[in-house]
Design a binder for this molecule. Structure first.
Ligand code: Z15
Length: 798
């Protein structure tokens, strides 16, 4: 946008005066942040307003991304950057003597998501606007985001994340005029009407008022502003008399109160099902109303509307779309079904069995009586359609209702025209294994869309030092055209350049070290290797394998204090789902091993372990630029894609990885010499499943190193963690090590030795790092979303 620094300063002072009746030098950082956010909203109000109108008037097909999670983190810097005024504002703040980073830090981290899935959804919002595509988000305005994690005596403590404060979210705008009603519970009777259709009659439903809050999604320097719509629940005025007590009212308010804190697993709680239906119904009702403003026929709605189902959580979009078309607008089943399948598409994010969403029929029927009827009908018609064409076994495995459960993935696949995985390997496994039965029936529906990241956030915003260095070498164009990073390869043998990147990394490590010192009281040596594993705590991600290696190093140094090794700092950040016992025990053990190691002077600072509490997007922006080693060590076949792996790569960390998820594509991008791969591949893992021949106890008994390391959990070496240590021991030895840590251990140790050796060769290491940066452009979410736009949604873009 066109703006001079002087004009901006005037606007900003005005805004502060009006909002808070305060002068700039007397204002707090909080006030400055709010005023700046208000000013941004003012700057974008016109394009934001016009966007929806334009799309309706010009009959432009629009995609709606339905997701139960959106995880944007902070939005101030992204918004300024995308408006094209980040540098100008930083400069202006210098002129008026305000520390811009303090203003940035006044913003709360918007954490309406758990991890990768939610962050991806937020990234896609940015990318849709950036490629100028008509794409809107639809989700829930949770009052509390993902819990805040504290560590007390080594244990995870969960505190509520009251991110809305008392004044709400500064980026949102409440739209009460666009409220709609959503019905749950009650009974439904179908009566035939004059036209021979069935009309539902609802007896005693609970009626909810869904009120939207809109958040602008600003495209990167292109004048486009899309919308993310999050729904909150209220009691409709007409229903108020029904709620006599605070307790009664609270039952309703609870619906949008909390984000379920499980990542890659699910709890069959009725409140969650209500959340899913609530956002889906409100969103679809609005979409259909807007469509009707074009004056077109409802049976052609697929020509102007695409709805994306992000994982199975919004899968009720399929029957709800049918319901609205039929019950509210009288469309006949066949036409409604034709449109539904063309409108809907679905992304699968995991093959873990515990994450595949299934709902008990009785619970489902009680909460969603009409939707239950429709799901039954979809299921019967599906069975009818495929009967005689496919083996009974395949039909049984793919139908929606089976063993009194509703299979949400099956509903999403049958009810849509596209199913995609999130990395090449993941999609291959869906096709060859998990969804193979569906692949036999609908091969044409399957496609891959490898995940991506907002490259601007993970370079320009979070790593300004590296970005300035890149500017010096290849100019500034890479900031708007990420593929130009490839030009950095020219400098791969330029020792001066390599040294400069090394120094940039060191500066970033010093900043992280200062934070660690301040928050944890632990001193870190910036010349040590910063070895980082940050992600949700999950058995399949194998934080425990990392810890086994740390314990091995501990014994190595204890046995031989003169051991020649590059000092190593192991950094963890991870939240455990509150009900996930094993995950919590691993956190406890990491913290107790940290105590053991950090307080043992005989280790001479060769080894440090840091667990950083409350890992979130904001903390990631500090940690990732300061990392030397990126730990991506999941059991092969288990991590659908991973996305932090891409962020680390972009910041010049070396990936230490199994051949899993997008790690494989990172390896393809950088070449075998610029990544460190270890462990079993997927075939070898599957081989164990087939042959049932894995024997963890044998490895434990026959390999002295493994024996000693595993015993450390139960021999009293690690203090204050007897029961957790026993639990971990049992998982590994008595329950046969479900994720093959012990089998991969030796190969992991060797890979770590190799890391140690090449780090000594500063030039070699820096070459690897630079190669990673230069090839990270291929993981831009802008490119990923372009493929969604072209191959799944058929929407236009720039
Ligand atoms: C989640 O964050 C992911 C998958 C899920 O099924 C759920 Cl419920 C949450 C993650 C994957 O584990 C990760 O590999 C992937 O990169 C990410 O989704 C985005 O696709």
């Amino acid at each position: 946008m066109e703006l001079t620094k002087e004009q901006f300063i005037r606007d900003f002072k005005d805004q502060l005066h009006r909002d808070f009746i305060v002068k700039i030098n007397e204002s707090t950082d909080e006030e400055r942040f709010l005023a700046l956010a208000h000013l941004i909203k003012k700057y974008i109000s016109t394009p934001w307003l016009e966007r929806r109108h334009d799309l309706v008037e010009e009959d432009v097909k629009t995609a709606y991304y339905f997701s139960i999670e959106f995880l944007p983190g902070r939005m101030l810097e992204t918004n300024l950057l995308n408006l094209g005024i980040l540098d100008l504002v930083e400069d202006a703040f210098k002129d008026v003597d305000v520390d811009f980073s303090d203003v940035v830090n006044a913003e709360k981290d918007m954490a309406l998501g758990n991890g990768g899935l939610g962050r991806l959804a937020a990234a896609f919002m940015d990318s849709l606007a950036t490629i100028g595509a008509p794409g809107f988000g639809n989700g829930i305005r949770y009052k509390y985001g993902l819990f805040k994690q504290k560590i007390v005596d080594g244990y995870q403590i969960e505190l509520p994340d009251a991110w809305l404060g008392t004044d709400g979210n500064v980026w949102e705008t409440k739209k009460p005029h666009s409220a709609v009603e959503v019905k749950i519970y009650g009974k439904v009777y179908l009566y035939p009407n004059k036209e021979g259709n069935f009309e539902p009659f609802y007896e005693d439903p609970t009626i909810l008022r869904a009120v939207p809050y809109d958040i602008a999604q600003i495209g990167f320097q292109n004048g486009v502003v899309n919308n993310l719509r999050l729904w909150d629940v209220e009691i409709p005025e007409s229903e108020e008399d029904k709620y006599r007590t605070i307790e009664d009212r609270r039952k309703i308010e609870d619906i949008t109160n909390i984000l379920y804190p499980d990542d890659s697993s699910y709890e069959g709680k009725s409140l969650r099902l209500i959340q899913e239906y609530f956002m889906v119904s409100a969103g679809l009702q609005t979409i259909i109303k807007n469509y009707l403003k074009t004056g077109k026929d409802l049976k052609d709605i697929h020509e102007l509307v695409a709805v994306h189902i992000n994982d199975t959580h919004p899968a009720l979009a399929v029957p709800e779309f049918m319901r609205i078309l039929m019950d509210d607008y009288g469309v006949v089943w066949e036409d409604a079904w034709n449109s539904t399948v063309k409108v809907m598409s679905y992304t699968n994010h995991t093959i873990l069995a515990e994450a595949l969403e299934k709902w008990d029929c009785n619970l489902f029927k009680e909460i969603l009586p009409r939707i239950y009827q429709i799901v039954n009908e979809i299921d019967s018609r599906y069975v009818e359609e495929v009967s005689g064409k496919f083996p009974g076994k395949i039909i049984e495995n793919t139908r929606i209702i089976r063993n009194e459960k509703i299979h949400m993935a099956n509903l999403s696949i049958i009810g849509g025209h596209s199913v995609n995985g999130v990395a090449k390997l993941h999609t291959d496994l869906l096709i060859s294994d998990v969804l193979n039965d569906f692949y036999q029936i609908y091969p044409e529906k399957f496609n891959n869309k490898t995940n991506g990241i907002i490259v601007r956030r993970w370079s320009q915003i979070s790593n300004p030092l590296m970005s300035d260095e890149i500017d010096k070498l290849i100019g500034k164009e890479w900031r708007s055209d990420i593929h130009q990073l490839k030009n950095l390869e020219k400098f791969i043998t330029d020792e001066k350049v390599l040294n400069e990147f090394y120094e940039v990394k060191k500066e970033n490590k010093k900043k992280l070290a200062a934070y660690v010192k301040e928050t944890q009281g632990i001193e870190l040596n910036p010349d040590a290797i910063f070895d980082v594993q940050v992600k949700r705590l999950h058995a399949y991600k194998r934080q425990l394998l990392n810890l086994l290696h740390i314990i091995k190093l501990y014994w190595d140094i204890k046995d031989n204090p003169d051991i020649d090794m590059v000092p190593r700092v192991f950094i963890f950040g991870a939240k455990a789902a509150p009900g996930y016992r094993f995950a919590k025990s691993v956190i406890k053990l990491i913290n107790e091993v940290a105590n053991l190691v950090n307080n043992d002077e005989s280790l001479q600072d060769k080894l440090k372990v840091v667990f950083l509490p409350n890992y979130n997007v904001t903390l990631a922006e500090l940690i990732i630029p300061a990392s030397d080693v990126s730990e991506q060590i999941s059991t092969a076949g288990k991590e659908a894609s991973g996305t932090s792996n891409m962020k680390f790569m972009m910041n010049g960390a070396i990936t230490l990885a199994t051949l899993d998820g997008a790690n494989i594509e990172i390896k393809d991008a950088v070449g075998d010499d610029n990544i460190v791969i270890f462990g079993m591949n997927t075939d070898e893992v599957y081989d164990h499943y087939e042959k049932h021949d894995y024997n963890a106890r044998k490895l434990y008994e026959e390999n002295p190193t493994i024996n000693r390391v595993v015993n450390t959990f139960i021999d009293g070496t690690i203090l204050n963690s007897q029961s957790e240590g026993q639990e971990i021991y049992d998982a590994l030895i008595r329950h046969n090590d479900e994720y093959f840590l012990l089998e991969d251990f030796e190969s992991y140790v060797n890979a770590q030795k190799y890391i140690n050796d090449i780090y000594r060769d500063k030039i070699r290491w820096s070459q690897m790092a630079l190669n990673n940066i230069a090839n990270s452009g291929r993981f831009s979410a802008d490119d990923t979303i372009r493929l969604y736009a072209e191959e799944i949604w058929n929407i236009k873009h720039n």
